[in-house]
Every structure is written in structure tokens, then in C-alpha cells.
Design a protein around this ligand. Structure first.
Ligand SMILES: [Zn+2]
Length: 507
């Protein structure tokens, strides 16, 4: 028996509606793999691909016979909408791959779930529906999604099981890949015939309010896991998606997806119960940020314990440009000392630092490339204190064990601030961003990172939650939602509007 034939595919992008269009070059600078290259990358010890996808393959490998049918795995760092022509090109590859595959027993899709296209409103739904269209109604489709996915009705209608991350910072991608594979085995063995329901709330919290260790989101996730454990014979999966408000879609909103193993009534009951708990506790989704002024004042106080700041408005992990300058300028103007600041994505600046050489003094021109109004140019005298090719393996948290290609990178000293400069737009979620230059995080008085929340897992050895501050900086992912123009969000919606009501639907 050769075992079941399972197609593998996925297109990963988290789209911030106002960020630059995600082009083919942007995808290719991260990864685009087809055919056998998909399986080679998935089975490698370390690789660049999403851990849930590689774990799905490795778990299928060790749980019995199977024949993987690799189609396409593509990913781009969080950016804007995918270029429509590229979306259609990938859809075409997926259709062609599935059509050429012959008889399939199942499909596994590794998407992020918060993608928009320059024209299509729901590219994730398009991909799932395209697969469903080709394989027919009886072949199971199992999908893994990020916790920041925006769940459309098409995504639920087209798939049999959606497995979402349960942790933010994301540290459970391996477990979710295992869960997807083990559930796939159950379904293929005829021991589960999953059916899904979704309850979506008119509520779009900022990403900073969706930490799984904090209220009320953490309790929504916990409640789901308790109910799943109590009803294990009837419920296959409970996923509570926080959504990604910056995608600005008509189907944005915290979404509870419950997959019944065999009892839809129970699944609907649980979905409504979790949604109701989140709704009743919605005021707890509001977050207080620290102003730049207060952040600078704290940086000037050398009596206190070391702290870490999130440059909250400019997280490349949410589509930020990674080179807004407000906070850096304020710290330089105040002559703050013993600060580590990572990481500016500024390829010309990295190149200039490499040209100056280790120990070299040079005039650092930040933001010579055009950008958003927050990415204004600055010129400082600087010294090169570290050079690197940017090829490193992540060490802690989201990026642990994952290959990173940051491009030519440098550490430059501007007064009392050591600034890490990279050439590939990646959020500073891992200590390696500093450690690759031999910089000691434990020696710094103030660390600043361009990351929204994932840095919490990467920097936990130095900075417990009470020493983390989210600084209210400008940028494409500012958590202050009313500062932004919204185009497609369902209105009214909490917290943008006052007159929002919601009632659980009858199961
Ligand atoms: Zn996420």
C-alpha cells in the first residue's frame, strides 16, 4: 500500500492594506518553492519555510505511509496587497498542479489567512475554493492559518478543518503542524468527518491587544481548549482568530472557528459561548501606549532596571516599512546613552557601512530611498561597530531554528545609540539581530525593537512583561486605530464605533 496521496500547497502573506504591493520580487526574496523543492525544504533540519508546513510533512512521514504531492509553497514577509497578476499566477500554478496530480486523497494548505490582493478581496478564500473546485466535495482539505488570519465564509465553506495558531507571540507552529497532520490521519482513517462553524464578532482589536498571555484574548483561547478537552469525542479543533485589522476587509473581526468531529450543535454552542465571553469583555481589548516623550524620559533615567521598547507603529511584521525615524531622532536629540536599536531596513545605509569598513567613521544617511511620511531622512556622524552578511539562524521565539536572510547588515554607533541596519525587511523578534554582531543585550540600559509583540518571546531572558513598553510611534501599523482611514471594515465595529451591538446566533 503506497498510502494516501496528499497535495501540499500554500501562499503566505499578511497584507496591510496601506503597505506597498507585494510583488513577485518580494515573494522570491523570501521563498517560492515548487515540486520536489517543497518536500526537500520541509524535510531539511532548518529551513526558511513556515514551521507548520515542514512539521506537517515530517509528522506525516512518521505516522504511516503517504505520498506527498508537492505543488507550491510561497511566502512573502508581511507587506501590502498581493499584486493581482501574481495572485492569479499562483492560483494558476495551484490549479495546474492539482489537475496534473491525478487521484488525490487529501489537500494540505499552509496559508497565513490575512492576505488581500490589489483586486481580489479574499485571496486566501480564492485558493481554498480553487482547490475545492478541482478536487470535488469529498476530498478533505486541511488548512493551517496564523492567529492573525481574517476568516471569510469562503475559507470555512471550502475547507474541512482549519487549525489556527493559539499563541501570540507565535511559538506553537510546530504543534499546529503536528495537529494538522494527526487530524489529517484521523480524517483519512474515516474516524472524523469534520464540519466547521464560525462566529465572527464586530470587533477588530489592534494587534497589541491580542497577546495570548493577556486578557481577554488569552481567556477566550483557554476557554476553547477547555471545551475541546471536555468534548474530545465530539470536537476536533477550536481556533480563536484575533484577525489582522490592518488588512481592512469586509470580513474582519475576531472569529471563533469550531470544528466538530461529529456534532455541529455542540460546535455552534461552544463557538457562541467563546464569542460571548470575548464580547462581554471587549473593553479589556483597549491598550494604553507610552508616548515618545515618556519613553525618552525613561531612557534618560539610568537608575532604573533595563527596559525594552516596541517601536509599535512601525513593525515590519505587520507591513511596516521598518525605517520610521521619530523615536530614533528623539533618542539621539536627547543624547540617550547605552541604547541598542534594531533594526532599520535601509539597504543603501547598510552598503555605506560596509564601504566604510569595521571601525570606520562615516556620514550615515538614513532613508535616502522614498518612503512614507514617517520615513523621513536623517543624517548623523556614525562609527561602524559590526558588519555581517545577514545569514543567521534564529535562536528564540518566533524565529527559533529558522533561517533568516537579512541581507548585508551593519551595527553603527550614533552617539550613545547602537543602531542595527539590515537590508531585508524583517521584524526584530530574535536576539540574533544584535548577537550576530557580538552585541550584548544584557549590557544595554534600553533596547528598542521594530517589532509589535513577537520580540516578547525572543527577549524574555532579559525583559519580563513588566519591563516591556509599547511606544506610540507613527507608521503603517499604529495601534491607534482611529488615526487611520478605513475603507472596507464592517461598520459599526468595536473599538472604532460606539453603537456596536452583537447577540449570539441560535445554534
Ligand atoms: Zn501572526
Amino acid at each position: 500500500m503506497p498510502g494516501p496521496r496528499v497535495a501540499i500547497l500554500g501562499v503566505i502573506l499578511e497584507s496591510n492594506r496601506q503597505s506597498a504591493v507585494a510583488t513577485k520580487a518580494e515573494f522570491e526574496s523570501f521563498y517560492v518553492l515548487e515540486g520536489d523543492a517543497v518536500i526537500e525544504a520541509a524535510r531539511a533540519e532548518t529551513s526558511v519555510i513556515a514551521p507548520e508546513a515542514s512539521t506537517f510533512v515530517k509528522t506525516m512521514d512518521v505516522t504511516g505511509e503517504w505520498e506527498p504531492v508537492p505543488v507550491l509553497l510561497a511566502a512573502c514577509h508581511p507587506l501590502g496587497p498581493i499584486d493581482q497578476a501574481l495572485h492569479e499566477e499562483y492560483l494558476g500554478k495551484i490549479r495546474a498542479g492539482l489537475e496534473a496530480a491525478g487521484q488525490l486523497d487529501a489537500v494540505y494548505i499552509a496559508n497565513h489567512g490575512a492576505m488581500v490582493a490589489t483586486e481580489s478581496q479574499d485571496p486566501d478564500g480564492d485558493i481554498i475554493m480553487a482547490a475545492r473546485d478541482i478536487i470535488g466535495p469529498d476530498v478533505p482539505i486541511v488548512v493551517t492559518l496564523d492567529l492573525h488570519a481574517n476568516i471569510s465564509d469562503e475559507m470555512v465553506a471550502g475547507s474541512d478543518l482549519i487549525v489556527g495558531y493559539r499563541t501570540n507571540p507565535h511559538v506553537d507552529m510546530i504543534e499546529r503542524g503536528e495537529e494538522a497532520a494527526l487530524s489529517m490521519r484521523l480524517i483519512l482513517a474515516g474516524r472524523a468527518a469534520p464540519q466547521m462553524c464560525v462566529v465572527r464578532l464586530p470587533m477588530t482589536p489592534a494587534s497589541v491587544a491580542l497577546l495570548s498571555a493577556q486578557e481577554p484574548y488569552g481567556s477566550m483561547i483557554d476557554l476553547g481548549q477547555r471545551r475541546k478537552a471536555e468534548e474530545a469525542s465530539r470536537i476536533l479543533n477550536v481556533s480563536v482568530f484575533g484577525g489582522f485589522v490592518y488588512s481592512d476587509t469586509s470580513y474582519n473581526g475576531v472569529a471563533v472557528v469550531v470544528t466538530a468531529r461529529n456534532d455541529m450543535a455542540e460546535a455552534k454552542k461552544i463557538a457562541n459561548e467563546i464569542a460571548q465571553f470575548g464580547w462581554e469583555n471587549r473593553e479589556k481589548f483597549m491598550r494604553q501606549l507610552t508616548s515618545i516623550e515618556d519613553g525618552v524620559a525613561m531612557a534618560m533615567d539610568h537608575e532604573r532596571l533595563p527596559v525594552i521598547y516596541a517601536d509599535a507603529g512601525d513593525n515590519p511584521g505587520g507591513g511596516g516599512t521598518g525605517r520610521s525615524t521619530d523615536l530614533l531622532k528623539a533618542l539621539v536629540d536627547a543624547d540617550a546613552q547605552n541604547v541598542l536599536y534594531g533594526s532599520y531596513c535601509d539597504p543603501p545605509l547598510a552598503k555605506a557601512a560596509h564601504a566604510a569598513g569595521m571601525g570606520g567613521a562615516f556620514t550615515a544617511e538614513l532613508n535616502t530611498l522614498p518612503g512614507t511620511p514617517s520615513d523621513y531622512p536623517l543624517t548623523y556622524e556614525a562609527e561602524v561597530v559590526g558588519l555581517h552578511d545577514g545569514n543567521v539562524v534564529g535562536r528564540l521565539g518566533l524565529l527559533a531554528g529558522r533561517q533568516m536572510h537579512l541581507g548585508p547588515s551593519a551595527a553603527i554607533r550614533i552617539g550613545g545609540i547602537t543602531v542595527v541596519v539590515i537590508s531585508d525587511r524583517t521584524q526584530t523578534a530574535d536576539p540574533m539581530f544584535f548577537e550576530m554582531f557580538g552585541l550584548d543585550i544584557g549590557e544595554a540600559q534600553t533596547v528598542v525593537v521594530k517589532s509589535r509583540g513577537h520580540f516578547r518571546a525572543g527577549f524574555i531572558p532579559w525583559f519580563p512583561p513588566e519591563r516591556v513598553y509599547e511606544i506610540d510611534t507613527d507608521g503603517l501599523v499604529s495601534p491607534i486605530l482611529h488615526r487611520r482611514q478605513w475603507q472596507y471594515l464592517p461598520r459599526p465595529v468595536f473599538p472604532l464605533d460606539d453603537d456596536v451591538t452583537w447577540e449570539p446566533k441560535e445554534a
